[in-house]
Write a protein that binds this ligand. Structure first.
Ligand SMILES: C[S@@+](CC[C@H](N)C(=O)[O-])C[C@H]1O[C@@H](n2cnc3c(N)ncnc32)[C@H](O)[C@@H]1O
Length: 353
């Protein structure tokens, strides 16, 4: 299936809006008209659930592209700057990417060119924040960060880093999450579109309801924690040390939140065990590998409601099967289209016992 839709000619074919469609490996579904596009994304979720023999209600796909992707990594190899070509290891040179937020559409490649002219082949990750564009440059070669200082000043970005070291930081890039403002660490996870972050958070809050105590596992910078803490005490955990520190700072700087305990913890190796799972509701949002170890502990717990967010329906279905074998019902699944025109889909599932 993964490849078959790439070759499919949908009955409701539309003209792709990107001039690089077909050459670029990024968007594979721009030629799908709305009905077949929605059906395909829905099917990706339903197929994963069927594969694990799970029956539940799958609600209609929610569009969550919004203003576009606020994160993108461009590659520079030789004279080319862009993304990998479809089904190839070669780079496609681009001047603009229309699926990014307006601030990045043409600026990302325009900024990558002088960086590559200065240090050669590199990968440049851009994040459009509320306070400007955060630029993280990675290269195989060893350079002092000062090599890029003049260029960073000329580009007028609030922060540029080279292989994790600060080149220039005039202000820390930040994003608003609920009532809080979070200062972005250099390499922490951030949902790819602001609209998807808001949509996932809304579905999490709906699933949590009026619970007074919540655990937010794989919390990242806290987009759910910070919104949940407006009404509930939250225990939050993630393996990202800098992310946890940023969340703790955001909590300290925000008035009117209920108490939040945020802990750095590897939840693959050290999942919360039943004696720690004392909250009314547990939320989890793991990376693509899923939350198998944590699901095994949750299956033995007395937690009444679990809200699972996932960017990989297959590992979600595997984890859901573990929870169901432990006595949970999967009440509903809501697919969320964060990575529009790609073969990826996010989802939120609500489990009860
Ligand atoms: C899909 S992100 C979700 C983050 C957050 N919920 C959000 O919406 O921004 C997955 C998170 O899992 C974290 N993570 C990856 N492996 C982990 C592990 N072994 N233990 C704990 N957290 C981990 C990452 O640091 C990342 O923040």
């Amino acid at each position: 299936m993964a490849d078959s839709y790439l070759l499919a000619e949908p009955a409701d074919r539309v003209e792709p809006f990107c001039p690089y469609f077909g050459s670029c490996g990024g968007c594979t579904l721009q030629h799908f008209g709305p009905p077949s596009y929605m059906a395909l994304k829905q099917e990706l979720v339903e197929m994963a659930l069927r594969g694990a023999q799970i029956e539940t209600t799958v609600l209609p796909l929610i569009e969550a592209h919004g203003d576009g992707r606020r994160r993108a990594t461009l590659h520079a190899r030789g004279k080319a700057v862009g993304y990998m070509r479809a089904r190839s290891h070669d780079l496609l040179d681009i001047t603009a990417c229309p699926i990014l937020v307006p601030a990045l559409q043409s600026r990302a490649s325009a900024m990558t060119r002088p960086i590559a002219a200065t240090i050669g082949d590199c990968d440049v990750a851009f994040t459009a924040t509320d306070t400007g564009i955060d630029v993280a440059v990675h290269t195989e070669k060893k350079f002092k960060p000062e090599r890029l200082t003049l260029l960073a000043q000329r580009l007028g970005v609030p922060r540029m880093t080279l292989n994790g070291e600060i080149v220039l930081q005039s202000r820390i890039p930040s994003v608003k999450m609920g009532k809080a403002t979070v200062e972005l660490p250099i390499a922490s996870f951030l949902q790819a579109t602001a609209m998807a972050e808001g949509t996932l958070a809304r579905l999490v809050l709906e699933g949590v309801g009026s619970a007074k105590t919540v655990a937010d596992l794989f919390c990242g910078l806290g987009p759910f924690t910070l919104r949940l803490a407006e009404t509930a005490r939250v225990y939050a955990a993630d393996a990202d040390k800098a992310g946890i520190a940023a969340l703790q700072l955001a909590v300290r700087n925000t008035r009117g939140l209920k108490p939040v305990t945020a802990q750095m913890r590897d939840l693959f190796r050290e999942p919360l065990v039943p004696t720690e799972l004392t909250q009314d509701v547990v939320v989890f949002d793991p990376p693509r590998a899923g939350a198998e170890a944590q699901s095994r502990e949750l299956a033995k717990s007395k937690v009444k409601t679990i809200v699972a967010v996932s960017c990989e329906p297959k590992t979600f279905a595997r984890d859901a099967a573990i929870l169901i074998a432990g006595g949970y019902r999967l009440e509903k699944v809501t697919p969320v289209d964060q990575f529009a025109w790609s073969g990826h889909v996010e989802l939120v599932g609500v489990f009860k016992r």
